[in-house]
Design a protein around this ligand. Structure first.
Ligand SMILES: [Fe+2]
Ligand SMILES: [Fe+2]
Length: 283
């Protein structure tokens, strides 16, 4: 383990901006049985740029709602607080990382397309497997590789070397990261998710999406992100730097319990939803 690089990474996680205060307030409201749509909309309205993004997204083809939603209160009633809170998390994370100047050779646009591809694929798998909250799985998929952004921004040259090495050797990114940094992006991503107080489920999806730790409990949500990552790479949706399509582990398919003859329908839905979802990047 190359301790100095690992410590650098953790140091950079500490330097990273925190999530907007409204995310914490929404999390608190989610725990309160007395929260009303008005209270929630008042909190979101404290940050007008996020309020506008959320409304744009609600009105995008991604949700295909039958009519235009004109105000936040209406959006909250239709989508529910948990989904609105996820939207705030997703839009503010993208906004925050776009504001950090990285001048890194890592292609950020392609990275976010890969993240959206994985989020969409994981969500479709979660819906097909009748999971409780496909929306939470979408968020886990969107943030699954967030550790790579920390590497790209704070360990720029080393991460560029990782990506070059992957391009030449065809090895998985996590293997080269472990060799060069002493840890991979699932570790760094977990540190960031903990710093942001994200739910345990989200932390676990980020930490275990490559199923590289055999001792960890494999949940349906982790399995959906694991397979979602493979499918979006296979379908060429964006790029997170991998040269080869990783193999989705059989145990993840077994846990999700999805019939393989559904695969064609699943892929068609992922393709369609991906095209509708890239609007998140423009919001
Ligand atoms: Fe990854
Ligand atoms: Fe990925």
């Amino acid at each position: 383990m190359k301790t100095n690089k690992v410590e650098n990474i953790i140091g950079s996680v500490d330097k990273l901006p925190t999530l907007p205060i409204i995310y914490t307030k929404l999390t608190n409201l989610l725990q309160s049985p007395n929260a009303t749509a008005k209270m929630i909309s008042d909190v979101i309205s404290e940050d007008q740029s996020i309020a506008v993004r959320v409304l744009n997204l609600v009105n995008s083809a991604f949700y295909s709602l039958p009519q235009k939603i004109g105000n936040l209160k209406h959006a909250i009633v239709i989508l529910g607080l948990n989904q609105i809170r996820n939207l705030v998390l997703v839009t503010s994370t993208i906004k925050m990382f776009r504001e950090i100047k990285s001048d890194s050779s890592f292609n950020m646009q392609k990275f976010w397309e890969h993240s959206i591809g994985c989020a969409v694929a994981a969500r479709v798998l979660a819906e097909t497997a009748y999971l409780k909250s496909p929306d939470d799985v979408f968020t886990g998929g969107l943030l699954h590789d967030i550790g790579k952004l920390v590497h790209a921004i704070y360990l720029k040259e080393d991460f560029a070397a990782v990506i070059d090495d992957v391009r030449e050797s065809g090895l998985p990114v996590i293997e080269v990261e472990k060799r060069i940094f002493g840890c991979d992006h699932t570790y760094t991503g977990r540190e960031l998710a903990i710093k942001w107080n994200l739910s345990e489920g989200t932390v676990d999806m980020i930490r275990h999406h490559h199923l590289s730790d055999n001792s960890a409990e494999l949940t349906k949500e982790i399995s959906a992100v694991h397979i979602g990552n493979t499918l979006c790479i296979a379908l060429g949706l964006g790029s997170g730097g991998e040269k080869k399509v990783p193999v989705a582990q059989m145990k993840a398919w077994e846990i999700l319990d999805i019939e393989m003859n559904n695969l064609e329908t699943i892929i068609e839905r992922i393709d369609r939803l991906f095209n509708e979802s890239v609007v998140i990047l423009e919001s």
